[in-house]
Design a binder for this molecule. Structure first.
Ligand SMILES: [Zn+2]
Length: 407
């Protein structure tokens, strides 16, 4: 139970009323489990005020957990976000260490587990995370992207948008937006007799119609409905009380939020790569790399290798030493593909196979493009899927040999 009051006198009066009611009906409140949080406290050296519940004392505290959500005196969500980061890493870590090793289990399966177990646990109460600082959101994004790269067995330095498009996942911030808007639908559909609905409507009207400055959930959803261009639903709700039903609102969120974010990620990746790479990584159809891999799991290590090459080719490059020849290069994939002295035999084999598999024009365009682009095009070509099967399996094995086997 929560009591809220604007003054200490009013709060003490409410506590007294509760105490008198409990005496009348012969039940007891446990004062040691009760706490008082003072918001907007004035900075002064005044001692903490004491609060009484009958003859017991209620202590004043700076944080309190209610329904699993920690609330602090500054109404900040930093502690909640920190907790979410720990849960995200911890839950995924314990799932993966229980035998579901990435690289052995299909990333689609791991993604399903991640979305149905890890995300709901970590994002519990995300609807009410407000006043998040940029550092909070960044911390959550880092934990989220690290988890996804782990699932897809990609390097931690791999391009994040590539990872998101590859697994068809949202940014952590987009997930938060989605949960908040979903919660908006639940609030708007509540029965008008409920106190929660009345408080919500009153705050919403005060903020939108009278421009009241406030913090918390209401300004957040106003910002989000404006961002995703669905503000007219709020306007209609205020003027007529009508709001889309559960399935209609779900459909609106899917098209206006999920698909919009998806298209933005894909176009961002295509711009970065100056090619239509997102189309090759699409997962909406049955011809995706992961579904083909499900049918022939024996090719998994070759397929993961090709995906990693794709990841290298769209990510920032770092100087590293070749494990085979010892030479330093600014791109691991480019060196192994075209420059390493120890891979010359496999390189010739790859070129012959490419010449046989590609039509003349495609092959000529390929060899005229920059070295890193060539790596990407070859990885894309070798992971090409048609009718749910890999078309160029023989290239996948050669790529693996080129990248990892000693010549
Ligand atoms: Zn080398």
């Amino acid at each position: 139970m929560i009591l809220m009051a604007y003054s200490s006198y009013a709060l003490q009066r409410m506590i007294d009323m509760c105490y008198q009611y409990s005496c009348k009906w012969r039940f007891e409140y446990n004062a040691s489990k009760c706490a008082v949080i003072v918001f907007n406290k004035q900075r002064s050296n005044q001692p903490k005020q004491s609060w009484s519940l009958g003859s017991d004392v209620i202590t004043e505290t700076s944080t309190y957990t209610h329904l699993g959500l920690l609330c602090d005196e500054y109404m900040s969500s930093s502690i909640l976000v920190d907790e979410a980061i720990k849960k995200l890493r911890g839950t995924l870590g314990s799932i993966l260490s229980s035998g579901l090793t990435p690289g052995e289990i299909n990333p689609l399966t791991l993604k399903k587990i991640y979305c149905s177990v890890v995300i709901p646990k970590a994002f519990y109460g995300a609807q009410l995370w407000s006043n998040c600082s940029k550092a909070d959101v960044k911390g959550l994004e880092i934990a989220h992207r690290k988890s996804l790269k782990q699932i897809a067995t990609l390097s931690p330095y791999c391009n994040t948008i590539f990872t998101l498009v590859l697994l068809d996942m949202d940014f952590a911030e987009d997930l938060m937006d989605f949960y908040k808007l979903q919660f908006l639908g639940q609030l708007c559909r509540l029965s008008p007799n409920l106190l929660a609905k009345q408080v919500f409507v009153q705050r919403l009207v005060r903020h939108i119609t009278y421009g009241d400055v406030m913090m918390g959930y209401i300004p957040d959803i106003c910002r989000l409905t404006h961002k995703y261009k669905i503000g007219h639903f709020i306007d209609t709700f205020i003027s007529t009380g009508r709001f889309p039903g559960k399935s209609a609102w779900g459909h609106i969120l899917k098209t206006s939020v999920k698909r919009l974010n998806q298209r933005q990620r894909e176009s961002h990746l295509d711009e970065q790569c100056e090619t239509n790479i997102s189309l090759s990584l699409k997962h909406s159809n049955s011809d995706s790399i992961w579904t083909a891999l499900k049918k022939i799991p024996k090719y998994s290590k070759y397929c993961y290798n090709a995906i990693r090459i794709l990841g290298y080719s769209v990510s920032e490059q770092f100087v590293s030493a070749c494990k085979r020849c010892g030479h330093f290069s600014n791109s691991h994939a480019t060196h192994a593909f075209w420059l390493c002295a120890k891979t010359s035999v496999t390189r010739k084999e790859l070129i012959c196979k490419l010449y046989d598999a590609m039509d003349g024009e495609t092959f000529r365009t390929l060899i005229r493009s920059p070295l890193l682009t060539q790596c990407r095009q070859i990885a894309l070509f070798s992971t090409q899927v048609e009718n749910g099967m890999f078309v160029n399996v023989h290239l996948l094995t050669t790529l693996h040999k080129l990248m990892y086997q000693n010549q």
